[in-house]
Design a protein around this ligand. Structure first.
Ligand code: AHR
Length: 495
């Protein structure tokens, strides 16, 4: 007790910048993520700007949202962008075969997405279609969005009402091409990647970052083969990592009804991100010694059974304190590996999987996970500070986990921020923190916690879980001392 949970931050050693994009998001044409979540149409009674709902945009801006990935996911490899441009009443409908066989009206297309990114003030990450699209279709899309000169595609964009090209910084060449994106072998995908990416051009000063499709979780074979064959043609490679409780894909468990055993399993499964990143980076280091290629964890998060009474194909799940602690662990892990991890996109922004925002018609609430992103935004663009953590174990059923995970950074203002998750569902942690190279004068903190493990925000009680001031944090004998509540996420600001 007292000194068991000790963090030593090396403020004299920071070198690497935490890419703001680590705190990125992902919106797919799936369930109510894009339609209702963002797009309500210009004639809606829900306040909107050119059809995009204002409450959601305002909420996401408070996170300093750095980048948004779209249109999928699995949807990306069956999306034909030309069907989503021009007058809305002439756009053809299609079937969203992955997500419930529902009709996709194409009302939300390229112009609407890039308008959304401009309203949010974030970078655009467009995922292209390799599975069922052609090289020319992909080439034309990039030209349509980003070419400033006189060309068929640029002129078509102008005819559709947009004179100047948009800035599209990130372009993904396919999504999950080992599965929903075409069931390819890594050899076949790597060769296709080389072809498709050739025609993804950087037009008119829009330096495009090309992203190859990487593996699901620990499929190191896919990662190795794609890098071996195509490393020199990519700027980044993706990684997808979803976590759940002890169930399988057909019985993933409830998002809200669980006991401490299930809580513990999620914590254990979330911690796998550390090992996964280390092994993936080790492989990348073999093929890219200079560290040029980024590892983009462009889908991650918890995946539970859909809420009872909702369409299971819409992946609508509630979000509790358990999801919030899991998100805090992921984000700390990304910070710790920011040498290579230069983007993360939690799945998904609204009403799908581990969402930031839940809507019910005109009503909108933010989730506990949203609050974690808001608390952690101080790390965006800051200098990562190495830190050594010793902590008490969190034991259950003969298994042992670390009870804490932490990460630290220094902002341009000189302020040092430390984010700490207490994984233990029952026990608070007496925490001591030393900072090498800095004389600490003041500390303040905010904490996200709740009375119960499955506390959540609802439309009836939208603020049941929200951050509060961490009371009792102090500086004594040159070190910070604080009590971190059980099942909590804390951010400390140190001067
Ligand atoms: O995020 C939901 C789905 O999960 C995405 O469409 C797909 O890429 C992944 O399997």
């Amino acid at each position: 007790p007292g000194t068991v949970n000790r963090l030593v931050v090396h403020a004299d050693q920071g070198e690497t910048t935490i890419a703001p994009e680590i705190y990125g998001h992902f919106a797919e044409h799936l369930g109510r993520c894009v339609y209702e979540g963002f797009w309500v149409g210009e004639d809606s009674e829900i306040p909107n700007v050119r059809g995009i709902r204002t409450d959601v945009v305002e909420a996401l801006k408070k996170l300093d949202i750095p980048v948004l990935r779209w249109p999928g996911g699995c949807f990306a490899d069956e999306y034909h962008w030309m069907e989503g441009i021009g007058p809305r009443d002439t756009r053809p409908a299609m079937i969203n075969t992955h997500w419930g066989m529902v009709t996709e009206t194409n009302a939300f297309g390229t112009h609407e997405f890039l308008d959304l990114c401009e309203q949010l003030g974030c970078e655009a990450y467009v995922a292209g279609n390799v599975g069922s699209g052609t090289v020319k279709e992909m080439q034309d899309w990039v030209e349509y969005m980003t070419f400033d000169g006189d060309s068929e595609m640029a002129n078509l964009r102008r005819a559709n009402g947009r004179e100047k090209p948009w800035r599209v910084k990130y372009f993904g060449v396919g999504n999950e091409n080992w599965g929903c994106g075409g069931n390819m072998t890594p050899e076949f995908y790597a060769d296709l990647y080389r072809v498709y990416q050739t025609y993804v051009r950087s037009y008119s000063n829009n330096a495009i970052v090309k992203i190859a499709c990487g593996p699901s979780s620990a499929d190191y074979h896919w990662l190795t083969v794609v890098l071996e064959r195509a490393a020199r043609y990519m700027d980044a490679i993706s990684l997808h990592h979803y976590v759940r409780g002890s169930g399988n894909w057909t019985d993933k468990g409830s998002a809200t009804e669980f006991d401490e055993g299930e809580w513990f399993v999620l914590m254990k499964n979330t911690l796998t991100i550390y090992d996964l990143l280390e092994k993936s980076i080790e492989i990348m280091d073999r093929f890219d010694r200079r560290g040029r290629i980024g590892l983009y964890v462009d889908e991650w998060g918890t995946w539970w059974d859909a809420e009872p009474g909702t369409n299971p194909a819409f992946l609508y799940q509630q979000n509790t304190m358990r999801d919030a602690v899991s998100a805090g662990i992921f984000l700390n892990a990304f910070n710790e590996h920011c040498r290579r991890v230069r983007m993360g996109n939690i799945a998904q922004t609204n009403n799908v999987l581990q969402a930031m925002i839940l809507t019910d018609g005109p009503k909108m609430i933010v989730t506990p996970t949203y609050h974690v992103f808001e608390m952690y935004k101080v790390h965006q663009g800051a200098t990562h500070l190495p830190a050594d953590l010793t902590c008490r174990a969190y034991n259950r059923g003969g298994e042992e986990l670390p009870s804490l995970v932490a990460s630290a950074s220094r902002a341009a203002s000189g302020l040092i921020h430390i984010t700490i998750c207490n994984l233990d569902a029952q026990k608070p942690a007496e925490f001591v923190c030393e900072i090498k190279g800095v004389e600490i004068s003041r500390v303040s903190g905010r904490v996200l916690t709740a009375e119960t493990m499955n506390a959540m925000n609802t439309f009836e009680a939208p603020d049941a879980v929200k951050p509060t001031v961490l009371s009792g944090a102090s500086v004594r004998d040159g070190a910070i001392r604080a009590t971190l509540p059980a099942r909590s996420v804390t951010v400390l600001a140190v001067r």
